[in-house]
Design a protein around this ligand. Structure first.
Ligand SMILES: NC(=O)c1ccc[n+]([C@@H]2O[C@H](COP(=O)([O-])OP(=O)(O)OC[C@H]3O[C@@H](n4cnc5c(N)ncnc54)[C@H](O)[C@@H]3O)[C@@H](O)[C@H]2O)c1
Length: 441
């Protein structure tokens, strides 16, 4: 039987990776890729680099590496560029971020020092706690978008790139509700011309990316590309988009634990989560507007996993609270405490305490790498790219973008199954249902 495979263009040439933001996450990602390329470290946490995928029956013993199963760009093909309102190059920015030690950064210093951030599109109103000088100036937001498009074209040309992808690694913007200017591409473009206050810098980057034929992933909880206007543009251009908010730290733990509790029908009365962190992200989140954006993103996951409407006795009265406290002494080494008040058989109460001494950017960097490679796969695969939103990448996000009529899938294990089944589908392999009755025939 011949397999029905999906058309995928080969990953020839070089792949440009652009990040708005050259802070903790972006520099940990870039330094890490270069360290791995030089054989100095291992890409732990990355599905594309270390993951395998089971094919066929359990008796067949076929579990190739994901990177051999689907045609992904190689790490050696990646070329990096960034924008930031601070002029520090990637080496200086990585030192300031304080995630990686000098002993890892110094051997790749020559490489990092060459990555200098382009002037940012920035508006203080959206990120209150930051002030920087490396910022673009123009009369209209449309003119700012055009400057970004010029940057992208110059980056493409300078490095002889075949393809480019963009991943938002800049600060969390203040909470924005979708409004009229976000509802259609026409309204949005008019808003860019007339400097609508509802259009944030991240939306201008996403617009410039899509206009330049560049797929876009959103690592922060901002609305950004999650608005009808930019979804329309992605569909028109047949470009993959995904978001929002990298799933790391406490939310990663939540989406690992909550499906397990629900699977065993254990009830939950309360889930209190508090964090102390001292990096720039923490400083930005100290502003109530930016925190609100983050809070919405963090709160929604549990609700969707637990389905209190289907299990009212177990989850209807859940009290869920999330706190983020800026505490400079900790730097990027965050501490997250969780207290879960659960109940079991006959309603008897129990408690679970988690103390996660977590390094946020260490958890985020492999996500950025996987998103870069999978978004690039999607842009070379018309069957995926023409659909715009890439729900199969929900695995990586706290609030996954999905079609408007769907609720998002938050359960990490369902998300992983969806991702792997998408890869199997692309290569004409049977989807795995775990039914397995045939083993007993
Ligand atoms: N670290 C994680 O685990 C994690 C998880 C989920 C989401 N995120 C999100 O990823 C983003 C980056 O996190 P981080 O820890 O690297 O933060 P960071 O503060 O270290 O870096 C963000 C950088 O973006 C720059 N910036 C802000 N606005 C910009 C703009 N308009 N254009 C260009 N640059 C801009 C800032 O100057 C800063 O250097 C944040 O939004 C954060 O909420 C991080």
């Amino acid at each position: 039987m011949s397999k029905k495979t999906v058309q995928i263009a080969p990953p020839k040439g070089r792949l440009g990776v652009l990040t708005p933001g050259l802070g903790a996450v972006a520099t940990t990602f870039i330094s890490g890729v270069e360290a791995v390329r030089r054989g100095l470290a291992r890409p732990i946490g990355s599905l594309t680099q270390m993951g395998t995928i089971r094919l066929g029956k359990r008796t067949e013993g076929r579990s190739p590496a994901i990177q051999e199963f689907v045609p992904l760009a190689g790490l050696e093909d990646l070329v990096f560029g960034a924008w930031d309102l601070f002029p520090d190059n990637a080496y200086q920015a990585a030192l300031k971020a304080g995630v990686l030690e000098r002993s890892l950064l110094d051997p790749v210093k020559d490489f990092l020092a060459e990555i200098r951030p382009m002037p940012a599109v920035f508006e203080q109103r959206f990120v209150k706690n930051l002030r920087g000088k490396n910022v673009k100036k123009a009369k209209t937001k449309m003119a700012l978008a055009e400057q970004l498009m010029d940057d992208i074209a110059a980056f493409r040309e300078r490095h002889h790139l075949d393809r480019v992808v963009m991943v938002w690694c800049a600060s969390t913007e203040v909470f924005l509700k979708p409004s009229a200017v976000h509802q259609s591409l026409g309204a949005f473009e008019k808003g860019l011309q007339t400097n609508s206050r509802e259009i944030s810098p991240s939306m201008i980057y996403a617009y410039a990316a899509l206009k330049s034929g560049v797929p876009f992933a959103n690592g922060a909880p901002n609305l950004t590309v999650d608005i009808p206007a930019l979804e329309t543009l992605a569909l028109e251009r047949k470009l993959p988009v995904c978001g929002k908010d990298f799933k790391t730290g406490q939310t990663l733990m939540k989406t690992i634990l909550a499906p397990g509790l629900k699977a065993r029908l254990l009830g939950l009365r309360g889930w209190f989560s508090t964090n102390i962190l001292g990096n720039r992200d923490g400083e930005v989140l100290d502003d109530p507007g930016s925190f609100r954006t983050k809070e919405e993103s963090k709160l929604s996951a549990l609700e969707f996993i637990l389905q209190p409407d289907l299990y009212p006795e177990l989850y209807r009265d859940l009290y869920h609270k999330v706190r983020i406290n800026y505490y400079p002494p900790r730097g990027d080494n965050k501490e997250g405490w969780d207290n879960l008040d659960i109940f079991g058989w006959l309603g008897y109460p129990m408690q679970i305490k988690i103390d996660f001494l977590c390094r946020d950017s260490i958890l985020a960097a492999p996500i950025v790498l996987d998103l870069v490679l999978f978004l690039d796969l999607a842009q070379r695969t018309p069957e995926l790219g023409r659909r715009g939103i890439q729900e199969w990448l929900s695995f990586y996000f706290k609030s996954p973008m999905v079609a408007r009529h769907l609720y998002p899938e938050h359960d990490l294990f369902i998300q992983l199954m969806k991702l792997k089944n998408t890869l199997r589908y692309l290569r004409g392999e049977e989807l795995i249902t775990h039914l397995g009755l045939e083993y007993y025939d």
